[in-house]
Design a protein around this ligand. Structure first.
Ligand code: AKB
Length: 317
């Protein structure tokens, strides 16, 4: 991995992943791909090249890969679960037609491709506790449908054409740099902002709803580490369960109150998000990722909370 294209570089994951790869591979070209209206700014813009990279424009992608000699593509273009339910055709266009364009460019130019999957690739019939690596995947949301299809299409390009596709199923990601938008797990980010700003938090997810969550530094580590893993050890490719913590909303709120006792929360459950959350795993079994490429998270709910609050206090106050 030397010359890298990050598609969706200004999003929640992309904004931090692009900077991490630039720091780790200073001799490479790490291109920040963006779409109009989501242009990179500040350090992201100044620390390396940036190019318009709309996944629906195959020629644009091929030109970037050619221009920079790209060997690895991180494809982070996606509508998250709640917004994909409102715009299912657009979600399909970005997530599936976009992926096909990327995989075709990768086949022709011999690039490796990372396209994240998600806990959203599971559905109501999936075993919810200790969700196995290989199990029933029958999601009922458009987001989930595109994530299962992403896994299958990525494996297809590996088996049929030898394209080096790899992926993880991300839990809800908690971060303090760029806000997520339109996800089911967003509450677990937003509550930290409310807590630090001293505002009441209105929670769209009901008490008692367990979901897998992860702190962004662990998620970024997984995305980089998997693409550098020894391919001869990989039994699976698209996609690996990865896990670090699983909690219900009230557990997170109690943890934040250990540091900010004044946090006020009111529940106003959003039926769309709640139905999606109910269909997702409570906790995934990530033993295959641990065995095949030594996956190991570093943060738990306590260390994440300490770091989130410290970072947001510096950013917001
Ligand atoms: C979402 O909530 O849609 C995402 C996800 C878990 O994939 N954060």
């Amino acid at each position: 991995m030397k010359n890298v294209l990050v598609i969706g570089s200004t999003g929640q994951i992309g904004s931090e992943l692009t900077m991490k790869i630039r720091r780790e591979i200073p001799e490479g070209n790490v291109v920040a791909g963006y779409i109009p209206g989501a242009e990179p700014k500040g350090e992201l813009l100044e620390s390396g090249p940036a190019e318009l990279a709309d996944v629906r424009n195959a020629q644009q992608l091929a030109d970037i890969v050619e221009k920079y000699g790209i060997d690895t593509i991180y494809n982070l273009a996606a509508l998250l679960s709640a917004v994909a339910e409102k715009k299912p055709l657009l979600a399909w266009d970005i997530q599936m037609n976009g992926l096909l364009n990327i995989l075709e460019v990768a086949r022709e130019k011999k690039c490796a491709v990372f396209t994240p999957s998600s806990i959203g690739s599971f559905g109501p019939e999936t075993p919810h506790v200790g969700t196995p690596q290989d199990t029933i995947q029958r999601p009922r949301s458009m987001y989930g449908v595109t994530k299962v299809a992403t896994e299958l299409l990525s494996d297809y390009y590996f088996h049929k054409y030898g394209v080096d596709t790899r992926s993880v199923r991300f839990p809800g990601l908690i971060s303090n740099v760029t806000l997520p938008g339109g996800g089911t797990t967003d509450y677990a980010v937003e509550v930290y902002y409310s807590a630090v700003k001293g505002e009441e938090f209105v929670c769209p997810i009901a008490p008692g709803t367990y979901m897998d969550m992860m702190y962004m530094p662990d998620a970024l580590g997984a995305a980089v580490h998997l693409m550098q893993a020894d391919p001869s050890r990989l039994v699976h490719r698209n996609s690996f369960n990865i896990a670090s913590m699983s909690f219900e909303p009230e557990t997170l709120f109690a943890k934040i109150r250990e540091y900010i006792p004044s946090l006020k929360v009111r529940y106003e459950v959003d039926p769309v998000r709640q139905a999606i959350a109910n269909s997702w795993p409570d906790s995934m079994d990530d033993s295959c990722a641990r065995a095949e490429w030594d996956w190991k998270p570093t943060y738990d709910i306590d260390s994440m909370t300490v770091d989130m609050i410290a970072c947001l206090r510096r950013k917001l106050l």
